[in-house]
Design a protein around this ligand. Structure first.
Ligand code: SF4
Length: 289
């Protein structure tokens, strides 16, 4: 029997502010899991610190609420320990692009089969409105009263440059497209990255729903857009200053797990009898005496 939306919901009451974009990301994630007909017991959500880090509490699956910036190495450990699980990591731009940045870069080059949904609101919401690495120049916050003087990290540009095999961007208010992108990301073999624009209605009065509704264009509706061409994808992202949604880039290549399986077969250790008796142990030790 097919799974239902109710099976992916928990009884926990959300403490997100009314209207927060994270509600849309949550609904899209749940919808994607249902449409893929996944068993909740075979799904693990690894969530970071910040408002968005609560997302795992609202999805009925295994949930690992990890420490700040460590969603990706934790998700990697879960996936490599049990490769049958569907593993999604989720967290905010502060979590993923500041303290978690080096993990983000290395996960893209490693290409482990997990999906990372970055809930991007360009601000630190949980700590009540400080500038984040994704904030635009000039952005006035509690920590930048005269305006942000730093250049932002642009996650789509970064993902394309770092070698991610699946890069997409959705908007929390376009539930259907975001759910579809998350679904494709989970089905993609290897690391997949979905930047989910998720407005913070309480502390970010610049990057609002209207700001995105007026500015975003959808590459999924452009018949001339080629999502298999990395350099064109990069040009598009730069040209539009990342104000696009849709599947931006996809490349099929072996995942870390695929390559590791081949390596293990070829490695001498794979041909050894690993059932250790006292005699075998002594023989092994003798080699080092
Ligand atoms: Fe959402 Fe912002 Fe409220 Fe946090 S502070 S729950 S990000 S609206």
């Amino acid at each position: 029997m097919a799974t239902t939306l109710a099976e992916f919901k928990t009884a926990e009451k959300s403490w997100w502010c009314p209207g927060c974009g994270d509600f849309g990301v949550l609904a899209a994630m749940q919808r994607a899991l249902v449409e893929m007909d996944l068993n909740p017991e075979m799904v693990t959500i690894v969530a970071g610190i910040g408002c968005s880090g609560r997302i795992g509490n609202y999805i009925n699956s295994y949930n690992f609420h990890t420490v700040h910036g460590r969603t990706l190495p934790t998700a990697m450990g879960v996936k490599l320990a049990n490769r049958d699980l569907t593993v999604l990591a989720a967290g905010g731009d502060g979590d993923g692009l500041a303290i978690g940045m080096s993990h983000f870069m290395h996960m893209m080059r490693r290409n482990i089969d997990i999906t990372y949904v970055l809930m991007d609101n360009h601000i630190y919401g949980l700590t009540k409105g400080q500038v984040s690495p994704a904030s635009d120049p000039g952005f006035v916050t509690k920590s930048t009263p005269a305006g942000n003087i730093e250049h932002p990290v642009r996650p789509l540009e970064l993902a394309l440059a770092a070698g991610a095999g699946f890069v997409a961007q959705g908007f929390s208010s376009n539930l259907q497209q975001l759910a579809e992108l998350i679904k494709q990301a989970v089905q993609h073999r290897g690391f997949s990255f979905v930047n989910a624009i998720s407005p913070c209605v309480t502390f970010n009065k610049v990057n609002t729903y209207d700001f995105y509704k007026e500015g975003l264009t959808n590459v999924d509706e452009d018949p001339n857009y080629d999502a298999t061409d990395r350099s064109r994808a990069f040009a598009k992202v730069v040209e539009t200053e990342s104000m696009i949604t849709g599947l931006i880039y996809r490349e099929e290549r072996p995942s870390y797990e695929d390559l590791a399986a081949g390596f293990m077969k070829a490695a001498p250790v794979a041909n050894q009898d690993l059932n250790l008796s006292p005699e075998k142990f002594e023989k092994l030790l003798a080699q080092f005496r």
